[in-house]
Design a binder for this molecule. Structure first.
Ligand code: QUE
Length: 544
């Protein structure tokens, strides 16, 4: 395998290629930045050389879950030497709202706060420590309002960020009424903090003609470009986003990288100074959203073998205070609530519950895992009630190959290999033998218990908002034969750049060493979709 760091002559490369040793598709190639990751040479936004005269931003966050803002006084902030500016929503020159799909996320609190952690004001100073002290010195007075903190309470009160909707097939009500057996239950699914190693960060440099160059850690450079333009009230062509790599994203930087970038841009615009904002870990965790917790109610009808006759599911996602991407996330939970099972007669209701917490956002699987967990709980409950091995109940309910193969969203399941795959895994994993051993162990062990389960996954890759299933790339071939590769996807450690480089190496039939990967940049490839929905390699690889 070739190394990225050794330089080979054209003759050596040609010899490698003739020997089938190039590093195109299907070959094991190390991550394009692996050496730099371990040596510390990989440059993240906070590693960039600081600009002269640069400001550091600290946000003062709400300590109330729900309150009217009576007064904000930033005058005490200016008593700290080194403070350049303290801003509130009145200082934003353009649009205040940075909601990604629909409005609901003010860049700075607008008359009220809706969660503990919401940004009320921001202070820029010549050091982060000064900015922090000054921000804490500002006076903010609130009048508390009643918060809704619990997803079940929000669901019962129909306190929603967006309207509920339903996927329906067949007649679940009559099937539930006539099924030989029936079970009802509820389930709580917890959330999850993204905990990327690199917290949210942006560094903004004012440029000519009212423009801004924005270095930021985002999965969605085009959206940051659009929102920075909107908060400044300038066209998108004034704004350039540069994104070389993230120190992890996991969905947490799909929409919520925009806040720090927009705060920096507003301050850079008002002061004319380069401006950086890096969230300390505590602030990152309190300010930004997490995986959506879900509350689920189910009502399932089945027979003595465990075959489902009908089901009704209510999936109540805890969206936090604003819509963010919750519409699409609850959709995906609904789309995956069959997992690999034919539900037949089903009513699936999706609810987008509003609570006074940070706005929950994309997180690996994007609602899919929550939908799957719900139906897997139903499978376990059915098996338990019948005293059967859960795998027997699961297999009985698998989608068929030619019948029992239409989903609750009316798509026919094709290329179904779940039956063969399960049989092969059951045998190679010695499922039955290990289950017997575990049951024996558990009978003898009153405290320590073991478990073993085999569950399928059917996952829909690509964006459900289908206009997002597109990508672009820009490839230069220089006169010395070296190749410059740029595409609209973003590298967050997952190896996207390596894979797209492999595609390009394969197509040009050259060694991957000839290809220089460059930062994702909105003035090289415009109008990109976020790197998300399991689609980064397929979309950007095809574009390249
Ligand atoms: C995974 C997904 C989707 C996603 C993000 C993921 C998805 C989807 C969207 C989406 C929809 C509308 C928007 C937008 C994103 O995001 O399916 O920016 O305006 O539709 O991580 O599956």
């Amino acid at each position: 395998m070739s190394s990225h760091t050794e330089h080979k002559s054209q003759e050596e490369l040609a010899a490698l290629f003739r020997a089938g040793m190039t590093s195109g598709v299907g070959r094991s190639v190390k991550h394009e930045s692996a050496d730099k990751h371990v040596s510390g040479e990989a440059v993240y936004v906070d590693d960039r050389l600081e600009f002269p005269n640069q400001l550091h931003v600290y946000a003062r966050q709400s300590d109330r879950a729900h309150a009217r803002i009576l007064r904000i006084d930033t005058r005490p902030c200016y008593e700290f030497p080194g403070v350049a500016i303290a801003i509130t929503k009145d200082d934003v020159p353009g649009h205040l709202d940075i909601g990604p799909v629909v409005a609901g996320d003010p860049l700075l609190a607008d008359g009220k706060v809706e969660y503990v952690g919401q940004v009320v004001l921001a202070v820029a100073a010549d050091s982060l420590e000064t900015a922090r002290k000054a921000a804490i010195a500002a006076i903010v007075e609130y009048e508390d309002l009643e918060p809704v903190l619990d997803v079940v309470e929000a669901y019962r009160k129909k306190h929603f960020v967006l309207a509920s909707h339903t996927h329906r097939i067949g007649d679940s009500a009559s099937q539930l009424a006539s099924a030989p057996r029936r079970l009802q239950g509820t389930l709580h699914i917890g959330g999850q903090e993204h905990f990327y190693l690199e917290t949210q960060i942006s560094s903004v440099m004012p440029t000519e003609d009212g423009g801004m160059l924005v270095y930021t850690s985002t999965q969605n450079p085009t959206e940051v470009q659009k929102l920075v333009a909107e908060v400044l009230g300038v066209p998108m062509n004034k704004i350039v986003i540069d994104m070389r790599r993230m120190g992890g994203g996991f969905g947490g930087k799909e929409t919520q990288a925009a806040g720090p970038a927009c705060l920096c841009a507003v301050i850079a615009h008002l002061t004319g100074r380069p401006t950086k904002m890096r969230l300390p870990r505590m602030e990152d965790m309190s300010m930004t959203g997490k995986r959506h917790p879900f509350y689920v109610e189910y009502d399932v009808g089945f027979d003595d073998d465990g075959l489902l006759h009908g089901i009704e599911l209510d999936l109540a996602g805890n969206c936090g205070y604003s819509p963010d991407l919750s519409g699409s996330i609850v959709d995906r939970a609904m789309f995956h609530s069959d997992n690999a099972y034919f539900l037949g007669n089903a009513t699936i209701n999706g609810h987008r519950c509003k609570t006074n917490t940070a706005s929950n956002t994309a997180y690996r699987g994007f609602g899919g895992p929550q939908g799957m967990v719900a139906i897997e709980e139903v499978m376990d409950a059915v098996a338990r009630s019948l005293g059967k091995d859960p795998l027997e109940v699961r297999k009985l309910n698998y989608y068929g190959k030619t019948e029992r193969n239409v989903t609750h969203y009316h798509q026919t399941v094709e290329h179904n290999v779940i039956h063969e795959m399960t049989a092969e895994l059951e045998e190679s994993a010695e499922y039955a033998k290990r289950r017997r051993e575990i049951i024996e162990f558990n009978q003898k062990s009153p405290v320590l218990k073991k478990g073993l389960a085999m569950t399928p996954v059917k996952f829909g890759i690509s964006f459900t908002a289908t206009f997002l299933n597109q990508a672009g790339a820009l490839i230069h071939i220089y006169t010395d034969g070296s190749i410059h590769l740029n595409h609209g996807g973003t590298e967050m450690g997952q190896g996207l750049n390596t894979k797209v480089a492999q595609v390009v190496a394969e197509v040009f039939q050259v060694d991957i060493e000839r290809i220089q990967i460059t930062a994702t940049n909105t003035d090289k490839v415009p109008n990109t979709s976020p790197t998300a929905a399991s689609s980064g390699t397929d979309l950007n690889g095809m574009a390249a």
